[in-house]
Design a protein around this ligand. Structure first.
Ligand code: SF4
Length: 655
């Protein structure tokens, strides 16, 4: 009997139209947990590193996490893995919503696609019955519209649909996969789905999940709920309002945007508007948001309500979560009303709300600099908002200049030339980052930006405050009930961290402390992504209900696997190292681990090198960020070492 997981994957070969239900190896669950961990193992084993993202040999994996669909609050993530067309590295984009639990209730842990369908199709998974169906009538439809049409066609209002819009069909590198309440947006997973000819994956499941020790598990889940309530009643004082509570940034609840609008950059990540936020703006933005927000909504089995149903007069209702209301607004130097209007169209097209606005602002900057010409923008309206709508349409259709821009700022700049590369100034590993440009280098953030492979900063950070508390009283108050720390030393790090002087950025936290902090944060993210638990309840916010001390009990009682903190840490290390090895095999090296030149005004090249050296050493990687033979051996991954050795990436002696 398998517990918490079903023990079966669906393997769908789109070239042959073949569908198989395949039993999985329980030993892999013990080693990699599930979700991201087992996705990485499948990619390592089955997709040679030479494979192009748009090759039929590339896999596209939709995975539940190990705890997905169990009564654990927030265990609802779908982890989508493939090779990214934008970074050319492994992509593992996540989405919340209801899709992954439904897949488990249908009897599967993962759906693994290989090959390509010659025609546009959708996949209908209805418990044991799985069909590939024609989707030619859905060509060009929006992602939300597609979901509605399919549910009507199947007469299954409760089915969960993950769909692409026009952007995915046209292999736009920033194409997302949308599923109503959430989306997998980063790294072009929607483009790979479109390339495979899949318009949508529809799931209905009505089976049970077995738990190893249900009574014990329920008790632990109830503890989590109780803690959420306590945290709701006691917001963390002394940090910016968006970080005071739990949840994935609850932008639809939240109306105080002082921090984002004044600290994040506007336009093509260029301008900081120091005094933008005032009483008048605050009232106007509050009114706009409250007028269009019809209802707050949550993902499956979660009380946090991070998203909302948005209804703007004259356009279809849609769902928004997180930060996209601001990304379009700030890219266009516009107001919130514009943000809500363009986000509706962008969601139907299915595009990443972080990258796409930056690409558009980048294009208009190139036009101002005469690198792009009037001919490139023939037919473009002159008003600011009209321009953005016009360009969004061109990008998702790959028409004219939109075709070049559809590959993201890195590849577009390479193609355009004439100095355009200097305008693609906000990328790490060829991918657009949060439009942040700051003053003093923060060593912890330097490491997270440089070495993160998820290419989404909000899913690397968490746990440790972003900046020091000004007074000792505030620090002492914060550490008092900080039960999540894996080690008491983290309390000391925070108590000693000052705003100014010797114990401040960039030299404090020290190099070794910074590595410790990053490792803790990364550990929690990798565990969440393997378990399928939302980062908004674990690795992202301060003082979350899930942490390194209660996760082992939850895993043991759900799965029957004998798990403790050391075992969980080992599983995390294995998964982290395997993701790194996959990317190393695809060419990732130290030289790629660079935050943008202008990310901080004050840079410290020597310190940055020391930080990278210490991080690699801590991980058991060599000077170039490549896992050593010894590390791989200790993690039971000699097969990885042999492969890297055969390819000449590591040599015999390299310890
Ligand atoms: S915390 Fe927010 S994003 Fe996370 S599962 Fe709950 S509602 Fe969804």
């Amino acid at each position: 009997m398998r517990y918490a997981e079903t023990g079966f994957n669906l393997e769908i070969d789109l070239s042959r139209g073949n569908i198989e239900r395949v039993e999985t190896d329980p030993r892999l669950t013990e080693l990699h947990l599930g979700g991201l961990g087992t996705n990485a193992k499948i990619l390592w084993d089955r997709v040679p590193p030479e494979t192009e993202p748009f090759s039929p040999d590339n896999l596209l994996i939709f995975s539940t996490g190990l705890l997905g669909g169990t009564p654990a609050t927030g265990a609802n993530r779908t982890i989508v893995s493939t090779y990214s067309p934008q970074t050319l590295l492994m992509a593992y984009s996540m989405m919340g919503g209801f899709w992954a639990p439904e897949l488990k209730y249908a009897g599967y842990d993962k759906v693994i696609f290989r090959g390509k369908s010659p025609n546009l199709i959708y996949v209908w998974i209805n418990n044991d019955k799985v069909e590939i169906r024609d989707a030619s009538h859905l060509k060009g439809k929006g992602a939300g519209e597609t979901a509605e049409l399919i549910k009507q066609e199947l007469k299954e209002p409760n089915a969960q649909v993950a769909a692409i819009g026009l952007a995915g069909e046209n292999r736009v590198y920033t194409a997302s996969i949308e599923q109503g309440r959430s989306s997998a947006s980063r790294l072009g997973v929607g483009a790979v789905m479109g390339d495979k000819g899949i318009k949508a994956i529809v799931v209905r499941g009505t089976k049970d999940i077995n738990l190893a020790r249900p009574a014990e598990y329920m008790e632990l889940c109830n503890e989590v709920l109780k803690y959420i309530k306590v945290r709701e009643e006691h917001p963390v004082p002394g940090v910016m309002t968006i970080l005071q509570g739990l949840g994935s940034p609850q932008e639809m609840k939240h109306v105080d945007e002082e921090w984002h609008t004044q600290n994040f950059m506007w336009g093509n990540a260029r301008t900081r508007k120091k005094d933008y936020w005032n009483k008048e703006v605050e009232e106007k933005w509050k009114e706009t948001q409250e007028n269009v927000r019809k209802r707050l909504i949550s993902c499956y089995n979660c009380p946090m309500k991070c998203g909302a149903i948005i209804s703007v007069p004259g356009i279809s209702t849609y769902m928004m979560k997180c930060f996209s209301k601001l990304t379009y607004t700030m890219a266009a130097y516009s107001d919130l009303d514009f943000g809500f209007r363009i986000a509706q169209r962008a969601t139907e097209y299915g595009v990443d709300g972080f990258s796409t606005p930056q690409i558009m602002a980048f294009a208009f900057e190139l036009k101002e600099a005469s690198i792009l010409t009037d001919a490139d923008f023939a037919g473009c309206p002159s008003d600011n908002e009209g321009k953005f709508f016009w360009l969004l349409d061109r990008i998702v259709r790959r028409e004219g200049i939109g075709d070049v821009l559809a590959n993201g700022t890195h590849w577009a700049a390479q193609k355009i030339g004439k100095g355009a590369e200097a305008y693609a100034h906000n990328n790490i590993k060829k991918h657009e980052q949060l439009p942040l440009k700051l003053g003093m280098l923060n060593p912890v953030y330097f490491l997270m930006y440089a070495t993160g492979e998820k290419i989404n900063i909000t899913q690397i950070e968490g746990q440790f405050p972003q900046s020091p508390f000004p007074t000792m009283e505030e620090r002492e108050e914060f550490v008092k009930d900080w039960i999540q720390v894996p080690d008491e030393k983290f309390k000391r790090y925070l108590l000693d961290w000052e705003l100014r002087g010797e114990r401040s950025n960039p030299y404090y936290p020290t190099v070794d402390m910074s590595v410790d902090i990053v490792d803790w944060q990364e550990k929690m993210h990798y565990i969440d992504d393997a378990l399928g638990v939302c980062a908004g309840l674990s690795s992202f916010p301060l003082k979350p209900p899930y942490h390194i001390h209660n996760y082992p009990h939850l895993i043991s009682s759900a799965t029957g696997i004998d798990m403790d903190e050391a075992g969980l840490t080992q599983a995390y290390k294995r998964n982290r190292t395997l993701v790194r090895a996959i990317n190393v095999r695809r060419g990732l090296r130290r030289a790629d681990e660079k935050p943008p030149e202008d990310h901080w005004k004050k840079r410290f090249p020597e310190l940055e090198e020391k930080l990278l050296d210490a991080y690699y050493k801590f991980k058991g990687w060599n000077h170039d960020g490549i896992p050593t033979k010894e590390t791989l051996h200790d993690l039971g991954m000699d097969y990885v070492a042999e492969d890297l050795q055969q390819r000449g990436i590591i040599n015999n002696e390299q310890g």
